[in-house]
Design a protein around this ligand. Structure first.
Ligand code: BTN
Length: 246
């Protein structure tokens, strides 16, 4: 893949810059990374808190020859790459909550936002935005995030080298992406399932069209979540916020 890196001190959002670069023809492997984002974006129109020098805020541009329906697979691939990188560098074992939250001790340390530039039948660019809380202390988190968010340093009990972690994640990403292009999603799915906490659990899925509760049975080959409700109905969830019942 070979990464072509744009390093920025402060930007509104690396995701926005990557979109523009992709639109202007930037090649696969282009990466935008910033020390600070002043308008970081999360899924579902939420904001993403990205204070200076504490985290890894980056967006990758990919150009796989896949139909748009398969793009969620790349979100799961990214979650595996980040989990492997974290595990290797810190020794912490992350949990992945479908589709793309990475948790440490039940609190969110990483968010991934995958966006497309695509026609109905062909992807032009996939922008994978990755936000990792690395060296934040408790004081860094605004009160509304205090009970749900954490950082690698808080969980590891010591600061984590961000440059080393970025390198490790990119190298894991490259390996997985090559595997994906050669052999498809199945090997990635297996690795993802190894980190997944959602599977086999009672969950509540809040989607744009309503709420579904049931047991998470697994993910399909396209990366959608398969749920079985109390009545035995099977639901396929494409996009939702998942709450795992205790
Ligand atoms: C989420 O969990 O809601 C996804 C958060 C994604 C945050 C990253 S940080 C780098 C990139 N730039 C953004 O503005 N958002 C993503």
């Amino acid at each position: 893949l070979g990464w072509n890196v744009y390093y920025e001190e402060s930007v509104p959002s690396t995701q926005k810059i990557a979109h523009k670069l992709a639109h202007d023809g930037a090649e696969e492997g282009t990466l935008v990374i910033a020390e600070e984002q002043t308008a970081g974006r999360g899924r579902l129109d939420r904001s993403w808190h990205s204070p200076k020098g504490t985290g890894i805020w980056m967006s990758l541009i990919l150009r796989p020859a896949i139909p748009p329906q398969q793009a969620p697979q790349l979100t799961l691939l990214a979650a595996v790459a980040v989990s492997q990188g974290i595990q290797e560098v810190t020794g912490l074992v992350p949990d992945i909550k479908w589709p793309n939250d990475i948790l440490l001790n039940g609190k969110k340390a990483v968010g991934i936002l995958t966006e497309l530039q695509a026609d109905p039948d062909q992807v032009h660019a996939v922008i994978v935005g990755i936000g990792i809380n690395v060296n934040q202390t408790r004081e860094h988190f605004p009160s509304e995030l205090a009970s749900t968010a954490t950082s690698l340093a808080l969980e590891a009990g010591k600061p984590v080298n961000r440059a080393q972690l970025v390198q490790m994640i990119l190298s894991k990403f490259e390996t997985l992406y090559d595997q994906y292009l050669q052999h498809g999603f199945s090997p990635i799915k297996l690795l993802w399932e190894g980190y997944a906490v959602t599977i086999g659990k009672e969950v509540v899925a809040r989607t744009l069209s309503g709420t579904v509760s049931g047991v998470a049975l697994g993910i399909t080959d396209t990366g959608t979540l398969k749920l079985r409700t109390k009545d035995g109905d099977i639901h396929y969830i494409y996009s939702a916020d998942i709450e795992i019942k205790k």
